[in-house]
Design a binder for this molecule. Structure first.
Ligand code: DC
Length: 203
């Protein structure tokens, strides 16, 4: 079965999705890492992301590998985030990446995290959660993670949010049947418990 966790950057998706996957014994899928790989390689090779996406061999696990190269840290820089957001706005890139993601979650038990898991990648997911938090809280969390300045993160986040929510193809929207969960002011344990309860209810 698939547990879909979607929402904007910094809402706590990765931390929550990893923890829920651990708690349930499911496998975690970081769908954003795939757009980050495409963005990074396109930027490095100065090629259109749509040309890179279909041929890139991405391996997700403890480390993230692109064509065998460990890019775990390289895909997390602000430049890579920007390149990922641009790549993810291209419908040809999305087609190639979504096709791989659908193949990945077709068998087994998954907690898949991203922007379009519940709407596009796995519309039949057994559980759909749309995680949110206030922009300030999201920027604060991300800045702490990166060791960066909150105001700079907030500004960059606003630009990416705008692009992610207004792009023509698969904009960031909650699936109509997703449970909206605002994590502002909640502890990680509280959020995990709420998601785990949703999964328990359908098992
Ligand atoms: O979740 P993240 O910050 O690692 O995602 C990187 C970029 O990819 C971000 O701009 C949103 C985009 N993305 C997407 O469009 N669809 C997904 N399923 C996951 C991420």
């Amino acid at each position: 079965m698939v547990v879909a966790i979607d929402g904007p950057a910094g809402a706590g998706k990765s931390t929550v999705a990893r923890a829920v996957a651990d708690a349930l014994g499911f496998t975690y899928l970081d769908s954003g890492a795939m757009y980050r790989c495409v963005g990074l390689v396109a930027r490095e090779q100065d090629r259109p992301p749509a040309e890179v996406a279909p041929e890139l061999r991405i391996e997700l696990g403890e480390r993230v590998l692109c064509d065998g190269r460990d890019v775990t840290d390289a895909i997390r820089t602000p430049e890579a985030s920007e390149a990922a957001s641009r790549a993810a706005a291209d419908p040809a890139v999305r087609r190639a990446v979504v096709e791989q993601q659908r193949r990945i979650v077709a068998h087994g038990d998954w907690v898949a995290e991203g922007r379009d898991i519940g709407t596009v990648v796995a519309p039949d997911a057994a559980v759909k959660v749309f995680l949110t938090a206030s922009p300030e809280e999201r920027a604060r969390r991300r800045a702490a993670q990166l060791g960066a300045d909150v105001r700079t993160v907030l500004q960059e986040q606003a630009i990416r949010d705008q692009r992610d929510t207004t792009r023509e193809h698969s904009p960031l929207v909650a699936a109509p049947d997703a449970v909206q969960l605002d994590t502002t002011g909640l502890t990680l344990d509280e959020v995990i418990a709420r998601v785990a309860a949703l999964v328990d209810a359908v098992r």
